[in-house]
Design a protein around this ligand. Structure first.
Ligand code: BGC
Length: 763
């Protein structure tokens, strides 16, 4: 690319530190000195390792042709790159370093779907804060998180990366995550992010979780009311919480790819929502505009993306190659480039990098001798969050908690699976540092009970799937097959089961099965794992399933036949210890499903807050000509919000402070929750509201508030929720955000299905 572009470059340029405390003036001053080529260089976000060899990288940075990079994870790796930017490039503009810190960095926390199951905002904040501290200590300035895509389709592999199906719950999590990742930003929330924080790039904007058929990267077609009420709120919550960046989704929306979608990136994001930060494309997404069929070549793709409002292009060369010509020919106005550069420099300013380019990288004097040193991990925090993220789905005859005496048979392909404990997107986590279930049980049983182990089954016997999974996670083959015949493995497992008091079977999915691009057509356990469970069941020994998976599974046989089922998702570095804590009752499980478990793939979508229909199916009143599937029971296998405890809870009736809500008033809905069992425990009291009749079809119910309460055995507590007009608002057919007068049902329960109800009227 020719130097100079439209400008004749001043020989010398420097950052005017006198202006540092005035962001707009400072950035204007930097931009005033930049050539077109330098500006275009800033728009380039490169993937280190994938894009180019290191010596070339340093040269490109020194030439001012790179704005930021991702995928380096140590200060020592990042320092020479930053040196090239701030010591060798003419403008001395610092780089920023990004990474996918999604559920932990060195310490891996439970996957996002698991964290959502905690319904515990302090736990989620602890995970995000700890991740930020660890990432910042490794020289990282930005994370591509939180991932707040709502999904109604568990076939989608990235279900594991998100926080489930509910707009209210996911919005709360989005806010808490952004605040915890970015850390304290001063009294007005606008100070640069500190040395212990990282900028949050909320993703994937927008509606990525609604890809048709749950097939990754597929199209999204959605009516605007649903978009605004059900899918957009979490992104908005992240932005309102101050997320500095937005990653644009790979999918198209109603025929226009997000990456070229002017309505999405300008009208909605910037004008309506007032977003004042950086937008980045997803990996290679600008090039993919050609594949979507909206651009016929790279020049058109670049033109569409920059005009739509993608500031930074991730992992492609298209802006670099195409924008100089597009600007000189007048196809792309200089203002479009300037707007993008302003946001990139603004983000760097907000990451504190103009004040100190080495804010997170440091000067080398504190570089850890061993980047994976044990003392760099936050195991207690990971164990704490993991315990809170597990959902007890079944517990017949109080099979759980287990005793620490006697003999336990531990079987299953996930019983000793370091890598799978971590889940997908495990950042800089090291698999061997994760505690497997086997290790966790051994540590808990030490000197007391006995543990017998047998693998029992591979993840699957389907070679095609194994090959797929091992190709997907290309660093090392992750799914290592036991070469024995399935029957031989089962026989061995049955043998130890017979010598034991109880069977613990760790079954589910390899982590690669719940991953980007890993969409499934079935939600069943692989057949060979189910065969193992059936053989174990025949021993007559109590059968406890410890599930590890990143999406709802169709657990029909399992539900009927297992004595207990604990959904542990992928529980992270301390997973094995945390699972043992719950299995032995040192911790009473308190998680609740953040997503509906359907009975079969055929039921999808099976989310709880679906719109009403003219011929609803009513449980207990079957009948023809109702909205149902005739060959199997209707309704979910496990509803949204569901989860058991080792104790029991009872709810009183709902009391309302009044039956009429004036527009400017409030109603208090209260309910008494009592721990009626013999153990201390926590539960989540959930408030749902149904609009009885509105101008458009509304959901059967919607979560509007919740409270996680800890109660001692026998203790009771009154939980109070405030309802005002804001909780009743929705987007009408004209997309106005309104609350319409009339009746509303208040439903309070410990899951979305079994609720106590009251009625009030909005005046
Ligand atoms: C994913 C993003 C991720 C990016 C960078 C893409 O494939 O869709 O979620 O942040 O890669 O790693």
């Amino acid at each position: 690319m020719a130097a100079g572009g439209l400008f004749s470059a001043p020989a010398q340029a420097d950052i005017n530190r006198a202006l540092l405390n005035d962001k707009p003036a400072f950035i204007a001053d930097v931009m005033r000195q930049m050539t077109l080529d330098e500006k275009i260089g800033q728009l380039r976000l490169i993937s280190i390792g994938a894009d180019m060899p290191k010596p070339q990288l340093i040269k490109e940075i020194a030439a001012g042709r790179i704005g930021g990079s991702f995928n380096t994870v140590t200060p020592a790796e990042n320092r020479p790159l930053q040196d090239a930017a701030v010591r060798q490039s003419r403008m001395k503009i610092p780089l920023f370093f990004a990474y996918d810190v999604v559920h932990g960095h060195r310490t891996v926390f439970p996957i996002s779907l698991a964290q959502a199951s905690s319904w515990d905002m302090d736990a989620i904040a602890l995970s995000a804060r700890t991740s930020a501290v660890e990432a910042a200590a490794d020289g990282i300035d930005m994370t591509f998180a939180p991932m707040v895509d709502i999904t109604h389709d568990p076939r989608w592999g990235r279900t594991s990366e998100g926080f489930g199906e509910d707009p209210y719950l996911v919005s709360q999590i989005a806010r808490v995550s952004v605040e915890a990742l970015q850390g304290d930003r001063g009294p007005d929330g606008k100070a640069p992010i500190g040395a212990n924080g990282v900028m949050a790039a909320v993703k994937h904007f927008a509606l990525y979780g609604a890809v048709e058929g749950g097939r990754d990267y597929n199209v999204v077609n959605m009516n605007p009311m649903r978009m605004y009420d059900d899918y957009l709120p979490p992104y908005r919550a992240a932005i309102d919480a101050g997320a500095g960046a937005v990653m644009v989704a790979l999918n198209s929306i109603n025929g226009v790819p997000a990456s070229s979608n002017t309505w999405l990136l300008q009208d909605l994001l910037r004008k309506d929502w007032g977003f004042k930060g950086l937008t980045v494309s997803d990996h290679g997404a600008i090039f993919e505009l050609i594949k979507h069929g909206v651009a016929s070549n790279e020049s058109e793709a670049a033109e569409l993306a920059i005009k739509a409002g993608i500031d930074m292009s991730m992992a492609d060369q298209i802006y670099l190659k195409e924008l100089p010509e597009l600007v000189s020919s007048g196809k792309v106005p200089m203002a479009a480039i300037d707007n993008a550069v302003r946001e990139i420099l603004g983000a760097k300013y907000d990451m504190g990098l103009f004040h100190d380019p080495y804010l997170r990288i440091g000067d080398g004097s504190h570089d850890p001798a061993d980047i994976n040193a044990e003392n760099r991990l936050h195991r207690d925090a990971a164990r704490d969050v993991a315990r809170k993220s597990m959902v007890l789905l079944e517990n017949r005859a109080q099979t759980l908690p287990l005793k620490k005496t006697g003999t336990i048979a531990l079987v299953g392909p996930l019983a000793d699976a370091h890598i799978d404990m971590m889940g997908s997107w495990s950042a800089a986590g090291v698999a061997r540092q994760s505690i497997t279930l086997k290790q966790g049980l051994q540590d808990a049983l030490a000197g007391k009970g006995k543990l017998l182990t047998a693998r029992g089954a591979n993840i699957t016997e389907d070679k095609r799937i194994v090959d797929y999974l091992n190709f997907l996670n290309w660093d090392t083959p992750e799914v290592v097959q036991d070469k024995r015949k399935p029957e031989a493995m089962i026989a061995e497992a049955v043998k130890i089961a017979k010598r034991s008091d109880v069977i613990v079977a760790a079954v589910g999915e390899a982590r690669g099965m719940s991953h980007e691009s890993s969409s499934r057509t079935s939600l069943d356990l692989p057949a060979n794992q189910l065969a193992l469970l059936k053989a174990l069941k025949k021993t007559g020994k109590p059968l406890v399933l410890v599930l590890m998976n990143g999406r709802p599974l169709a657990l029909n046989w399992e539900r009927e036949n297992a004595d207990a089922i604990l959904e542990t998702w992928y529980s992270g570095t301390e997973g094995g210890h945390a699972i043992a804590d719950v299995l032995f009752g040192d911790v009473n499980p308190s998680g609740k499903l953040p997503i509906t478990f359907p009975r079969s793939v055929g039921q999808i979508p099976a989310y709880y807050n679906h719109q009403r229909v003219g011929r609803p199916f009513t449980e207990g009143k079957p009948g023809n000509y109702t909205s149902q599937y005739f060959e199997e029971p209707n309704g979910p296998l496990y509803p949204f919000g569901y989860g058991l405890s080792y104790t029991t809870f009872a709810l009183s009736d709902v009391a309302l402070s009044k039956n009429t809500l004036p527009r400017d008033g409030e109603i208090e809905a209260s309910i008494t929750v009592k721990n009626t069992g013999k153990r201390d425990g926590a539960t989540v009291v959930q408030l749902y509201i149904q609009d009885v009749a509105a101008s458009v079809v509304r959901p059967v119910k919607e979560l509007k508030d919740f409270r996680k309460v800890m109660l001692k055995a026998g203790e009771e507590q009154v939980v109070r929720f405030t309802i005002d007009e804001s909780k009743l608002k929705f987007h009408n057919a004209q997309l106005q955000y309104v609350a319409e007068s009339g009746d509303f049902n208040v439903e309070i329960g410990l899951d979305s299905k079994t609720v106590k109800t009251q009625k009030f009227t909005l005046q």
